[in-house]
Design a protein around this ligand. Structure first.
Ligand code: UDP
Length: 504
């Protein structure tokens, strides 16, 4: 693959940054030079990952462009969704992201040579104009599951969303789908599929249709049928290049620094886990954005305490959320569980924890990264979705792959009725589902062995000869050819212009 050594990929990372950083490393390992373009806060969070790649001799560089938030009245330094406390500013935040086209355009114009390809997450359609202006091939990277992408596509294409109107809870079955999938608008909503962001949604759809191809962070072993159907539905070249978290080249330092600097001493966590029996510990995390209502948090804590199981609970919002502080400190939860539980206040080294043999279950909000991390590490999941694609990841884990147990959450956090005060799973049920997940009887053992088998398949997909490795090779060849073709077309059109000018 001689051509790939000269290729230059520009990866635009604003949202879904972790898999994009993984992709940067994986691509650079195959020869191309990679530049990750993001904003200052996101760059700071991911600098250690880039440094680790550079120490390994990989041609990865990180560039931060100014974030236009303050121009629109957003606080200085607010550059990621998980930093938002005031939920009312989402729309301004998206407008600010869209305005990143200006600094990106300037950056690209100043480059000595046109990049061979720009890869942007599907939520960054504003990159399309920059690419078309400079004749840069553009790929869209999808970071939810292919199951979710296909379901949302089919529900739209068959008019199902329109037929249920404003009724979020009206039940439906996904039409023309490889497996039986039932749900409602509340639990099957696409990204940007809510009032106020119609333009953004349309931009996302158009930028996907006009892209030169699609990457999906998944693998054919679990999602081949959905990937193929989605490629046909969109009429696009599509490559399944994940799970990016399962790449064997991620060493311990890279794992520990993934996504952000951990707010806990890694050695302390590892030693704590080392002292626990294999597969005995439940790891709990709701990702970087989701937040449980106060009453629900208290029910979860009570159930966890009653279960008596060892656990590590990563509470990302521990510093900002007063309900969390009240539970942990004033009500004395942390003190009461000190023999069985370890609490991480802030960013946890999630992949380090999931890689540890003492971890036997993962109570997860079913973000797609978390879902892939559970699958890649062979850890059965206790599914507790909150919003967006998370209910689809739950369906995939429980109904399709048989490696999950449902917590019992039925509706997204925002659809919970006021009378319920946000509680969907009472403490007794928490205790029951934890026991079911961590069980070593026939069902639990079968679930665990399915999870282990998937983990082997996920890792194999990323190795040479594996399906995701081959898809990535194919994508690199495709980009190499396409970039040459575009250069040739540009030369031809410049020459034609010159001839025209001479003639005039
Ligand atoms: N993550 C982490 N430590 C934390 C919280 C999250 O390392 O304390 C990582 C996690 O491993 C995953 C990502 O952040 O890779 C979260 O992505 P996901 O799609 O699971 O959920 P989101 O945060 O986008 O809802």
């Amino acid at each position: 693959m001689a051509a790939s050594t000269e290729l230059h990929f520009l990866l635009v990372a604003q949202g879904h940054i972790i898999p994009m950083m993984d992709l940067a490393r994986i691509l650079a390992e195959r020869g191309p030079r990679v530049t990750v373009v993001t904003t200052p806060v996101n760059a700071a969070r991911n600098r250690a990952t880039v440094d680790a790649a550079r120490r390994a001799g990989l041609a990865v560089e990180l560039v931060d462009l100014p974030f236009p938030g303050p121009q629109l009245g957003l606080p200085e330094g607010l550059e990621a969704i998980d930093q938002m406390v005031d939920k009312g500013i989402d729309q301004t935040f998206f407008h600010a992201i869209w305005k990143m086209a200006e600094p990106l355009e300037e950056y690209v114009r100043a480059l000595p040579r046109r990049p061979d390809c720009l890869v942007a997450d599907s939520c960054n359609p504003w990159t399309a104009g920059v690419c078309s202006g400079h004749g840069i091939p553009r790929l869209v990277m999808h970071c939810p599951s292919a199951y979710f992408l296909l379901a949302v596509h089919n529900l739209s294409a068959h008019g199902v969303y329109d037929s249920v109107g404003d009724d979020d809870m009206a039940p439906f079955e996904v039409p023309d789908f490889p497996v039986r999938a039932v749900g409602n608008k509340a639990t099957f909503r696409g990204f940007f599929q809510y009032p106020g962001v119609e333009k953004e949604q349309q931009d996302v759809i158009e930028a996907e249709a006009s892209a030169d191809g699609l990457l999906i962070n998944t693998f054919r072993g679990v999602e081949g049928v959905f990937v193929d159907a989605y490629a046909v539905a969109l009429g696009q070249r599509t490559w399944a290049v994940g799970p990016t978290c399962a790449s064997s080249s991620m060493d311990n330092d890279a794992k520990a620094a993934r996504g952000n600097r951990a707010d806990v001493d890694i050695n302390h966590i590892v030693m704590w886990l080392d002292a626990r029996p294999p597969e005995s510990v439940l790891y709990i995390s709701f990702g970087s954005i989701a937040q449980l209502p106060g009453k629900q948090l208290a029910e979860l804590a009570r159930g966890l305490e009653k279960s008596g199981r060892p656990f590590v609970w990563a509470i990302n919002k521990a510093k900002a959320d007063s309900d969390v502080r009240a539970l942990l400190d004033e009500e004395g939860f942390e003190d009461r569980v000190k023999d069985t539980g370890l609490l991480v206040r802030g960013w946890a080294p999630q992949v380090t924890i999931l890689s540890h043999p003492a971890v036997g279950g993962f109570l997860t909000h079913c973000g797609w990264n978390a879902t892939l991390e559970a699958i890649s590490h062979g850890v059965p999941a206790l599914t507790w979705p909150s919003f967006a694609d998370q209910f689809s990841s739950e369906r995939l884990l429980v109904d399709v792959l048989g490696v999950g147990v449902r917590s019992g959450v039925k509706v997204p956090v925002m659809n919970v009725t006021e009378e319920a005060e946000g509680v969907q799973v009472a403490s007794g049920d928490v205790e029951k589902v934890i026991a079911e997940l961590m069980d070593f009887g026939p069902e639990g053992t079968a679930r665990r062995s399915r999870a282990k088998k998937l983990s082997v398949e996920a890792k194999a997909a990323m190795e040479e000869g594996g399906s995701s490795h081959s898809d990535l090779t194919d994508m690199i060849h495709y980009v190499s050819d396409l970039s040459q073709k575009r250069s040739h077309e540009r030369e031809m059109s410049t020459m034609a212009e010159l001839r025209n000018n001479k003639g005039n």
